[in-house]
Write a protein that binds this ligand. Structure first.
Ligand code: ZN
Length: 279
């Protein structure tokens, strides 16, 4: 519910404030610890314990999930046409809808009838702050802070960590990265692109480069991601022979000899790439 999802050629740079992220992470951890002290986190179980009803059905392309408030009752609609029940994507969608319930401001707006309940989409493209809050809550609910940090502690970032964490927490790579970017581990940027155009991006607060070398939302020409769009070349390991200036416009205080690592997760069917850049 709440917020529209729209396609944009402008990279997403709307970020939640650090103080707000702390509140949401702490709230999600409290809910997870109360209802699911062990892994995996079970969104359906949390709903049952919270007195929220739900159903799974086929709603075609209309939404991934939807939280409805009617006659003082809350109900979550889950769309099987978008993802099978209990798949990583479905679990994230369910956790997102739980966010609209557990985040006081979201629930109160629904109860007061201030916000019409309407569909939400698990594609991370919405610029609506309410949707961003629910997404962040979902990542923190499925990967509660203490457990997440203990599992990432002193582990180098890379494909091995992604595989380990997505398997252990039953989440998608995207959900894991949303959590990781905001967990103050390493300076990192995540960029989602489709057909060579950037659809959204996330970056950690300490990621020093802000200005993508991108014309009209296109992927910079000298990059691993660009190689895929130009020639279909896929790499299974991170590449570390890139310079900061390959991806970012030069800034005074950053020498253009600064090296970056780039790793891509490809979704060939959709012609999409999830690009991860870190140093
Ligand atoms: Zn939503």
């Amino acid at each position: 519910m709440t917020g529209t999802s729209r396609k944009t050629n402008n990279p997403s740079i709307t970020l939640l404030k650090t103080s707000r992220k702390r509140v949401l992470s702490s709230l999600a951890r409290g809910v997870a610890d109360l209802y699911c002290p062990n892994l995996p986190i079970l969104p359906e179980h949390i709903a049952i314990m919270g007195g929220i009803t739900f159903n799974y059905s086929n709603y075609e392309d209309y939404f991934d999930g939807m939280l409805e408030h009617l006659s003082r009752e809350f109900h979550i609609y889950m769309n099987l046409d978008k993802a099978p029940q209990n798949s990583p994507r479905s679990r994230f969608t369910f956790a997102h809808e739980l966010g609209h319930y557990f985040i006081d401001e979201h629930r109160i707006a629904l109860e007061a009838g201030l916000t019409p309940s309407h569909p939400s989409y698990t594609n991370f493209q919405s610029e609506n702050i309410v949707e961003k809050e629910a997404d962040y809550f979902a990542s923190c609910l499925l990967m509660p802070e203490e457990r997440f940090k203990a599992d990432c502690f002193r582990k180098a970032f890379g494909p091995d960590l992604i595989n380990f964490m997505t398997g252990k927490y039953e989440v998608s790579a995207t959900a894991f990265l949303l959590r990781y970017v905001h967990s103050e581990q390493v300076p990192i940027m995540v960029i989602c692109s489709k057909d060579g155009k950037i659809t959204w991006r996330w970056e950690s607060d300490d990621f020093e480069f802000k200005y993508l070398k991108s014309i009209k939302g296109s992927i910079p020409g000298v990059s691993v991601t660009a190689e895929y769009y130009k020639s279909g070349i896929e790499y299974t390991a991170p590449q570390n022979d890139l310079y900061a200036e390959d991806w970012f416009n030069y800034t005074d205080h950053e020498p253009n000899t600064f090296r970056l690592k780039e790793f891509c997760i490809y979704a060939k069917k959709q012609n999409m790439v999830l690009t991860i850049i870190w140093y």
